[in-house]
Design a protein around this ligand. Structure first.
Ligand SMILES: [Zn+2]
Ligand SMILES: [Zn+2]
Length: 557
């Protein structure tokens, strides 16, 4: 495989080409590599106990020493969240703009890695020259400050890599769109535009961040009673808007949630959120009446133990929701989180809370381009080829059709693990694919979602579990048999069933052990006979565990 990447510019999506999330893209030129983004994906209830995952960087490990940089486009979790997990496979410098770098540092501290990862802060407009790549960071507008598209130049051709961006009037000041830089890149020639597909099903340009600010400034002063507002912790423009709306409504802005605290701290270090009214922690303003407060908190995705989840469950000592409260979701739903969020909102509605979402009021705008915005960008960049990523298959296909309809001559899309080569002005998807995998973060440990462990968890979740304990005498008589389970039947029914099964099978198993001795086949027979009996009575084929103790032996078998 290493011989493959000699001549040409190669592009390999390891994560992000089949989904929104877990972005991890590799480029190769002259045997050298750069990697763009190292983000989390978000898991739904199919994986109990796990919220996050990331694309496996295993394929890249073989190129140790040849990887010239990890370039982070912006400070969203789906682009930088997994730096700590992915970096050990890359062992290269990490490049990011100051705000993203601040958050990366915080994340690395959690893993005691801040001193081993070489971090190189880059400002929008600056370039990084490596052996085989020149990477220029060009400012784009998105829902987090300092988002950049990467203009990647190689001897074989140029790529503009921009997975998260939108058009905006830029009037919230924090948001910059480097029109001139993009025009210059276009003049130099963009062969491939690796582009965002998130909102390709939306036709029209969406409201600007300024319009959302104006809406919040109008809406919030009209609300009576308590208000809780939630947005993404890294959406600094939105946080500013909420704080300004609190001021206009004569309310005290109170920030809740650890990630909000971290993001605000780093935003301030980067020079943002200056000249704003002071914000408080709930402890600093204990006893404040609900109608004088605007609680701004994390948890728009209903993550377990987030500030908003705690409030929704009635476990917050500061906010007790009732019919005098309004909760504003100034946020979107990350795909996969729909059920969790709906459950949380329903819990609030049951308490009489007035729940406002982007569906009921203009309180949020997306950070991704609609068709109209995509078309504007194509016209600005004039790419020869569009390569859609950052979307599931349906979105990628729609993006392919749309780009062609806009007059883009060539559109080429693939899936994670595909190997694209650009050579002599042509992009082809080669016959080769590289191995990909998805790694879940299981209470701090990394585990492949395709591993036997996860398959076993799923087997138990779907098929229940059965434990058999048996005591066998030295001369091969079954002295005691017990079967137990907590997930096959309600406990009273299970007790009755298990007694019947034990009573029926004890003589049969006793004979079997006596005749054959206690060997592997006998043990298999015991397991399958009991399992079969349980199946006949319940139609459940449980995952079965057997523990046999033979007297005279020193150990359980
Ligand atoms: Zn983003
Ligand atoms: Zn993204």
């Amino acid at each position: 495989m290493t011989d493959t990447f000699k001549k040409g510019l190669y592009f390999i999506p390891l994560g992000g080409a089949d989904e929104i999330g877990m972005n991890l893209y590799a480029y190769s030129s002259n045997g050298k590599w750069i990697v763009v983004d190292a983000g989390y994906g978000f898991l739904n209830d199919d994986y109990p106990g796990m919220d996050m995952c990331y694309a496996s960087p295993l394929f890249l490990e073989q190129f140790e020493g040849q990887i010239e940089g990890l370039f982070i486009t912006h400070a969203h979790e789906d682009h930088m969240g997994a730096v700590a997990q992915i970096w050990p496979a890359l062992k290269c410098p990490v490049y990011a703009t100051p705000f993203a770098m601040g958050l990366i540092k915080e994340r690395l501290k959690e893993y005691q890695m801040e001193d081993i990862v070489p971090l190189k802060t880059v400002h929008a407009g600056e370039s990084v020259q490596t052996d085989s790549f020149n990477v220029k960071f060009l400012a784009l507008v998105h829902s987090v400050p300092e988002t950049c598209g990467l203009f990647i130049k190689t001897q074989y051709g140029n790529v503009f890599h921009a997975t998260d961006w939108r058009m905006d009037d830029g009037l919230t000041k924090i948001l910059h769109f480097d029109d001139d830089g993009l025009k210059k890149a276009s003049e130099e020639g963009i062969d491939i535009f690796v582009c965002d597909s998130t909102n390709v099903l939306i036709d029209k340009r969406q409201p600007s961040e300024r319009e959302i600010r104006e809406n919040l400034l109008e809406l919030i002063p009209q609300i009576k009673g308590g208000i809780v507002a939630t947005c993404f912790a890294s959406n600094i423009m939105r946080l500013e808007s909420l704080i300004l709306a609190a001021q206009k409504a004569n309310r005290t802005p109170i920030l809740m949630g650890r990630s909000l605290k971290t993001n605000v701290l780093i935003a301030k270090e980067c020079g943002y959120m200056a000249d704003l009214p002071k914000t408080y922690t709930p402890d600093e303003v204990e006893g404040i009446t609900a109608d004088k407060a605007l609680y701004i908190c994390t948890g728009s995705q209903a993550n377990y133990r987030s500030a908003l989840s705690i409030i929704a469950k009635g476990e917050s000592k500061y906010v007790k929701l009732d019919n005098d409260y309004t909760v504003i979701f100034s946020s979107k739903i990350i795909p996969g989180n729909e059920d969790k969020i709906e459950r949380m909102q329903e819990r609030m509605i049951e308490k009489g809370v007035n729940v406002i979402t982007e569906e009921t009021a203009p309180v949020h705008t997306s950070g991704h381009p609609s068709k109209e915005e995509l078309k504007t960008m194509y016209e600005l960049l004039k790419p020869k080829i569009v390569l859609p990523v950052h979307g599931d298959k349906r979105f990628i296909r729609a993006h392919e059709r749309f780009a062609l309809s806009c007059g883009i001559k060539e559109v080429n899309a693939g899936k994670n693990g595909d190997v694209f080569r650009f050579l002599d002005g042509k992009l082809e998807k080669t016959q080769e694919t590289v191995e990909t995998d998805v790694i879940g973060i299981d209470r701090g440990r990394s585990v492949s979602l395709n591993s036997e462990l996860i398959a076993n968890r799923r087997r138990i979740a779907y098929n229940c579990s059965l434990f058999i304990s048996a005591v066998v005498s030295k001369d091969n008589h079954l002295l005691n048999l017990e079967i137990s389970s907590i997930d096959i039947l309600p406990s009273a029914d299970w007790e009755e069933l298990s007694n019947e099964v034990v009573e029926k099978l004890t003589p049969i198993l006793d004979t079997e052990i006596l005749n054959r001795g206690l060997n592997a086949q006998t043990k298999d027979f015991i397991k399958s006979r009991i399992r079969k009996e349980v199946y006949q009575r319940t139609k459940i084929k449980p995952v079965t565990f057997l523990h046999i103790y033979q007297q005279g032996e020193n150990q359980c078998q």
